[in-house]
Design a protein around this ligand. Sequence first.
Ligand code: NDP
Length: 231
Amino acid sequence: MRILITGANRGLGLALSQVGAERGHQILAGVRNIQQSEASLTQSEINKSISLLPLDVTDEESVTSAANTVKENFGTIDAIINNAGVLLERDKQIEDLDLDQMKVTFDVNFFGPIRVVKHFLPLLMMGDRSSIINISSEAGSISNAYAGDYAYASSKTALNMFSQQLNQYVKSKNINVYAIHPGWIKTDMGGVRAPGDPMDTAKGIFDIIEGKREIGSQNVFITYEGQPMPL
Ligand code: NDP
């Protein structure tokens, strides 16, 4: 399969690119900085099955231009993984919140996936195995709300809603939409104390993309192992 991954240069996005390439998929690795990303996505992997694609999800022109490049060079894609995300203003109290930083959070975590879907949906193949994966978080679960990470949590709640709406829209085209909680994993965002390995999460997500997991047709917000998450 040919799969677009945003934020592919480090953390979960890098693990997804590596696992996808290992499993024989063609990876279109969306990154903000091509030079820096060549160091993390090794040259041999790039030559083999990972193509770097300049892509800043907050910049609609960058997204349009990436979609045009993919259309010209590859024609179609089979899956989109909206992985790029930021956690700004971590643990700040309401009284100390910086609204501009909150807007940036929404721009990346919520409007980012919308921009990508807006411009890449026309390239997505219609078929049983096509999917749109939005990397969400348990922080976005309203029933598990905690008093912190305000913009991050609500940007993921909004992303869950967008995923539900998108699922309704593309159901008739046989495209699966999931908002996936990747677990608490060791990345720059998750920190060194996180128990999870991003490679395990990436393998779980590819099992879902490859149709190896039984997932109830009503379930959109799920874990990387395909279990339902509380909204
Ligand atoms: P990292 O901070 O390690 O990586 C974030 C990635 O997003 C980087 O590749 C970064 O690129 C990219 N990115 C940030 N802003 C933009 C932008 N404007 N355009 C394109 N790419 C951008 O985070 P993780 O790998 O941990 O997070 C991946 C996803 O998983 C996120 O959506 C996050 O919310 C989610 N998640 C992570 C958890 C964890 O425990 N780690 C838990 C729950 C959810 P650059 O290097 O250029 O900054």
